[in-house]
Design a protein around this ligand. Structure first.
Ligand code: ITT
Length: 194
């Protein structure tokens, strides 16, 4: 079966494709005539994930999987959360977001944070959502060059390296996105048994 990834983030495409290619022929949006940004106006990760999946599924009549993710920092009351992509304003800028987060946490000894991903699978008019999370902490200074987004400042619990110091395969063994995807795969296995 063919599965479109309803995301305009090439790093998500990479991570998701690595985990899904045994189950699907995975396609990104480059083969669809999409010129606009996928609308994303919800107040929660779940709303946004569904909105993005529905938009692509209905516009192109395809089965798809959307991903909405956020970094929740305890000392910042859960920010940037659903606003993670535009924390430092428009246009989206990963480096500016990460620097602003470090600045807002400066001098704060509570560095606890978690990453959350909500995946939504939209196929044949119905949808299902799957959440994955990982606990960790925000380091003082960025480390590592792999990954994307907030990876250089997020160190998962029980690890000595940030996500940006791990290979894609290492990150994909433990990360929020991979955990949500594990639930999606279990769902597929269950429904195929019926
Ligand atoms: P799409 O909406 O097109 O999927 P996006 O990049 O806008 O792509 P989100 O709306 O989910 O994605 O925004 C999530 C933000 O959090 C964005 O700034 C990412 O860089 C960051 N982010 C998401 N997953 C991450 C991960 O695994 N590691 C580090 N940062 C991540």
């Amino acid at each position: 079966p063919i599965l479109y990834l309803a995301t305009q983030n090439k790093h998500k495409v990479e991570e998701l494709t690595a985990l899904l290619q045994d189950h699907f022929s995975v396609l990104d949006l480059s083969s669809l005539a999409l010129t606009e940004e996928i609308p994303e106006t919800g107040k929660t990760l779940t709303e946004n994930s569904l909105q993005k999946a529905r938009y692509i599924a209905e516009k192109f009549q395809v089965s798809c999987l959307a991903d909405d993710s956020g970094l929740e920092v305890e000392a910042l009351g859960g920010d940037p959360g659903v606003y993670s992509a535009r924390y430092a304003g428009e246009p989206k800028d990963d480096q500016a977001n990460l620097q602003l987060l470090l600045q807002n946490l400066r001098g704060n000894s509570n560095r606890r944070a978690r990453f959350v991903t909500v995946l939504t699978y939209f196929a044949a008019g119905t949808y299902h959502s799957f959440e994955g999370e990982i606990q960790g902490s925000i380091v003082e200074l960025p480390r590592g060059t792999q990954g994307f987004g907030y990876d250089p400042i997020f160190q998962p619990e029980m690890e000595t390296r940030t996500f940006a110091e791990m290979t894609l395969a290492e990150k994909n063994k433990i990360a929020h996105r991979a955990r949500a995807l594990e639930k999606f795969k279990n769902f597929l296995d269950e429904t195929q048994k019926c």
